[in-house]
Design a protein around this ligand. Structure first.
Ligand code: FMN
Length: 381
């Protein structure tokens, strides 16, 4: 099976931040997931002050916006200057002077996202060695930028929890031992959702680390809520999670030689599409489209939980049909390898795997696939 990945180009090592600060993954996850969670809080709830001298949710989120602005300056200045002495800031004073209590909740959510997106962009662009650069804040000892960003993220999560936002399931490492998601964000020309920007198809997994049942259920729940023609929900997934070890080995044995790397994934899923509609038995023209939507949901959910997922057409379809007794009324589509990211440096991978993991990501230009009203007329700026 050959696919069209452009792996011959210059490596994208800059993005593969296996050694990036812990706070970077937390920040990425928060920018992607927190606005939706904040949206479930009403304008009225957001403005309630628990006591005259206590912050409302609006004011507390405002404090986080101030924190993002202040820390953005720190990240930039400590790269431009050697050990700069930077000011602290009066949290209460900033909240009062910015009049957050009288601002619109939706506007504050947008501002929180924009300020953190800016901090994220600057942090992602920071070269690996900049994380050991130092600055002083207020009357502090010299602090590394790694500490500044980690501390920023911890402080942000504390306040978000206090506001009432669920902070589990951000794409941050779940526990001390978890390896971070291997970031290789899409170099987009226009702004897109953070989760989509981060999704890619890694081939290196943490060996021997199973994906927990609850996470597998979340993956399937994400697939479950995909849209489909007539709400047919034509997707079926055969799940090989290792509970039945022999089934997992038989699924692995279906993979072509080019996909041997996927043998290290602790979890395989096989996507299958029902060919006909249940309500009238007629062929379902969009069944593959619908299963693709479900699988994309599943894969994005994986990224959101810090898992890596890689879809594959490179396997023996007839063998899979036979091995798993899949009826003829169902089309076999793709195998998906899922697991925790590889631990440690990319340098520890074999040369060919390393080249693939660090290959630059590429796409056609929008004008090559979007047409303006008539076939072949590029839709452009
Ligand atoms: C249906 C499907 C089949 C694929 N088959 C394979 C495969 O057999 N082997 C492989 O290494 N990658 C496979 N890929 C991954 C693609 O090569 C990858 O998605 C594409 O190059 C874009 O890269 P990205 O996902 O990292 O953005 C497949 C992806 C899809 C969606």
């Amino acid at each position: 099976m050959s696919d069209t990945t452009d792996e011959t180009q210059e490596p994208a090592k800059k993005f593969l931040s296996y050694h990036a600060p812990r706070g970077l993954a937390l920040l990425r996850g928060a920018v992607s997931a927190v606005p939706a969670r904040l949206n479930s809080i009403s304008e009225e709830q957001a403005g309630l002050k628990p006591a005259p001298d206590k912050w409302s949710k609006k004011e507390e989120l405002g404090h986080l916006i101030d924190s993002a602005f202040n820390n953005h300056r720190r990240i930039i200045r400590a790269q431009l200057e050697d050990s700069p002495a930077l000011p602290g800031y009066d949290g209460d004073g900033w909240v009062r002077l910015n009049d957050y209590q009288n601002r619109d909740w939706q506007e504050l959510i947008k501002l929180w996202r924009a300020s953190n997106r800016q901090l994220l962009a600057a942090s992602e662009a920071a070269p690996e060695d900049s994380w050991s650069r130092e600055c002083m804040i207020g009357d502090s000892e010299p602090l590394t930028l790694r500490f500044v960003l980690d501390d920023y993220a911890d402080h942000m999560l504390d306040h978000l929890r206090h506001i009432g936002v669920e902070t589990e399931n951000l794409s941050a490492p779940r526990s001390e031992g978890d390896s971070p998601y291997p970031e290789k964000p899409a170099p987009t020309g226009y702004s897109i959702n953070e989760l989509m920007r981060r999704r890619w198809s890694p081939r290196a997994f943490e060996e021997g680390r199973a994906v927990e049942r609850l996470k597998i259920m979340s993956l399937l729940e994400a697939a479950r809520w995909a849209p489909s023609c007539y709400n047919e929900q034509p997707w079926r997934y055969l799940v090989f999670d290792g509970t039945d070890e022999e089934a997992l080995l038989r699924a692995r044995a279906c993979l072509v030689e080019g996909n041997l790397w996927a043998h290290k994934a602790p979890l395989l899923m096989l996507s299958v599409a029902r060919r006909t509609f249940t309500h009238n038995g007629k062929p379902n023209r969009t069944t593959r489209h619908d299963v693709g939507l479900a699988s994309e949901n599943l894969v994005l959910q994986a990224v959101d939980m810090g898992l890596v997922a890689h879809q594959m057409a490179g396997f023996d379809v007839e063998r899979a049909r036979h091995e798993f007794s899949i009826p003829e009324g169902y089309m076999i589509l793709a195998m998906i390898a899922i697991g925790y990211p590889h631990r440690g440096s990319v340098e520890n991978l074999t040369e060919s795997l390393r080249a693939k993991e660090t290959a630059r990501r590429s796409r056609k230009a929008i004008s090559e696939f979007a047409f303006a009203g008539r076939w072949g007329v590029p839709y452009g700026e």
